[in-house]
Design a protein around this ligand. Structure first.
Ligand SMILES: Nc1ncnc2c1ncn2[C@@H]1O[C@H](COP(=O)(O)OP(=O)(O)OP(=O)(O)O)[C@@H](O)[C@H]1O
Ligand SMILES: [Mg+2]
Length: 132
């Protein structure tokens, strides 16, 4: 099964992540609308790594569940972590003067969304989308 890991630290890396996610989404069989949803979500989560943690890694892989194909993307960093995850997942909450809609948007666009974060050691966001 396909799997790719990309180190991210700048905007060029976001473009690389977008391209690889698109390639894998196409290979799995996602239609254009879902491809766009997945790419939009992953762009925001990758941008969060760069903005809030400076650098990190994005792992993209194909997954399966009871015969269904899907994509799983893990965005991990060793940045400052998130003090209050529930608060950070509210629309409009931002600590960086952003719009505070990146993570909530990503959550809505994907089928599964999980955040693990430890203050002082980093954040991992795992998202999945399944073929209908
Ligand atoms: N990887 C991360 N490391 C540390 N804090 C994070 C991380 N990702 C998100 N956060 C926290 O969660 C908040 C909300 O994230 P969200 O992406 O929704 O908004 P934003 O990045 O501030 O603005 P934007 O709307 O431009 O994305 C951030 O302001 C930040 O405090
Ligand atoms: Mg953001």
């Amino acid at each position: 099964m396909d799997e790719q890991m990309i180190e991210v630290k700048n905007d060029t890396d976001i473009i690389r992540v977008r391209r690889i996610v698109r390639e894998m989404a196409v290979e799995i069989g996602f239609g254009e609308l879902d491809q766009t949803r997945i790419i939009t979500a992953i762009s925001e989560l990758t941008r969060n790594i760069i903005v809030h943690a400076s650098s990190g890694k994005v792992l993209i892989k194909e997954v399966q569940k009871t015969g269904k194909r899907g994509i799983e993307i893990t965005c991990a960093d060793e940045g400052p972590g998130i003090v209050d995850i529930e608060l950070a997942l509210k629309d409009g909450y931002t600590t960086s003067g952003g719009l505070g809609i990146g993570m909530t948007g990503a959550r809505r666009l994907m089928d599964e969304f999980k955040v693990e974060s430890v203050v002082g050691s980093g954040t991992t966001v795992i998202v999945k989308k399944w073929m209908k």
